[in-house]
Design a protein around this ligand. Structure first.
Ligand code: SAM
Length: 231
């Protein structure tokens, strides 16, 4: 069984021997892969919604791993008890949804060793929350699947060295590691800024002018960063 690129990038960040909780597991591909390959001894696969919960139960039943992958239905980390999982994966949701899920269960997070997160948007807000709540960005990677680039953020307990909000928005480890997809990532950020700027230009309000100024400053900083990154 092979995982598609995005899920494979999550799987390689789950340390061997750790008990996994996959929050919002949907098809349960990730826990089934990790158990089948002997990477995790046990897993908890959770879902909020009925359809994906039933899909997860069916996939796990078909995999023959029902004894080792427990399914639980409920909201975020509310279905976990502290100490049950060493690694939590939350993937395929918005960054602010992930942030809300994490913020809702501090006692569970205290006993977790590693978070493997894949936000679909607002990764900067998520990184900022992590750093303000005792987590450091241990690693980050960009992965391409079907023409779309996703970010995987690995967080562990500790103090994040990067405080600059723009670097947190872009991904401090992506920049330090010169991720192979970094150029594509930065170009997309700049394109998003430009789209926002053309929207702001239509408004004459002083708030819109201030926001536009901030975006132009950030764009100029990214261009300088970009030039530093050229070989
Ligand atoms: C786009 S799917 C991603 C599935 C899988 N994690 C992946 O990355 O391929 C998002 C899943 O998260 C579930 N979900 C959304 N909010 C949730 C929450 N608060 N708690 C648990 N599951 C949630 C949805 O029902 C959906 O199945």
């Amino acid at each position: 069984m092979e995982l598609p690129g995005r899920l494979a990038a999550l799987a390689i960040h789950v340390p061997a021997g750790s008990v996994l909780a996959d929050i919002g597991t949907d098809h349960a591909l990730l826990p089934v892969f990790l158990l089948k390959n002997g990477i995790c001894p046990r897993a908890i696969a959770t879902e909020l919604n009925n359809g994906p919960f039933l899909a997860a139960e069916e996939a796990i039943g078909q995999s023959g791993l029902k004894e080792l992958i427990e399914t639980r239905q409920g909201d975020g980390l509310q279905v976990l008890r502290p100490g049950e999982a060493q690694v939590i994966v939350i993937a395929g949701m918005g960054g602010n949804t992930i942030r809300g899920i994490l913020a809702g269960a501090p006692q569970v997070l205290e006993r977790v060793e590693r978070l493997v997160l894949q936000p679909m948007a607002d990764a900067g807000d998520l990184r900022l929350w992590l750093c303000q709540n005792g987590w450091k960005i241990a690693d980050e990677v960009l992965v391409e699947e079907n023409g779309r680039v996703y970010v995987v953020i690995v967080a562990e307990h500790g103090l994040e060295a990067t405080a600059d909000p723009l670097l947190l928005e872009l991904g401090p480890r992506l920049l330090e590691n010169r991720d192979p997809l970094l150029k594509f990532h930065l170009e997309k950020v700049v394109m998003d800024y430009r789209r926002a700027l053309s929207g702001l230009a239509k408004s004459g309000s002083s708030a819109a002018r201030e926001k536009a100024l901030l975006l132009r400053e950030k764009e100029a900083k990214i261009e300088r960063l970009f030039n530093c990154l050229q070989p």
